[in-house]
Design a protein. Sequence first.
Length: 250
Amino acid sequence: MRATAACTTVLALALLAGIGARAGDSGDLARALASPERPEADRSRDAGRRPADVIAFLGVAPGMTALDLIAAGGYYTEVLSLAVGPEGRVYAQNPPFVLKYRDGANDKALTARLAGDRLENVERLDRDLADLELAPGSIDVAITALNFHDVYNGRGPEVAEAFLAAVYRLLEPGGLLGLIDHAGTPGADNEDLHRIEEGLVDAAVRAAGFGIEAKSDLLRNPDDDHTRNVFDPEIRGRTDRFLMRLRKPR
């Protein structure tokens, strides 16, 4: 059993080292993400999430320090781990309530993902964003995927702006935040649908001090009319999503 665990760790380190040694382009990362050493459940979600292209759009590179905000089970934690390589660092942050959700499903998934130091450049932070105890300006890039709508819809614009302001403080000058979310329609019950209007996000990120450097159509789906709940089997995993690259001024 120990030999199997050791072999898995060696393979994971080799995979990390290979990525870190290269230029970090989307083709290199795509090949690493296709490795059978990565969970099959993650690989099955890649078609709808296009992780290598998202990482390239955000400019994540080997050696960076990254923060996966509300990481849940750690899908993007592992993607970031591969992207920053062995010289980089990834923090997987989850508020306690996210780890308790659905009988602890996210906690169990993240624990399994990191078991045996499988991703040695990852550190779990099972704390609220305000309690992370990370130094201001210590993060190169942060990402939050399909979470901001819950912060905004569930707790209101002021809390959502405070969330963004906390991320802003953690980023180094010139640091980046990647924000992905399910597109909503003005006037719809977006809280019930688990969506958010893109314009509301624009206003919130600007209020927190970020510049909207770029938006991407990578995750857009014109076949999603924004009327279905994102968990509806007819659209789950294929929702129309906006992707933003947000910059903290230097």
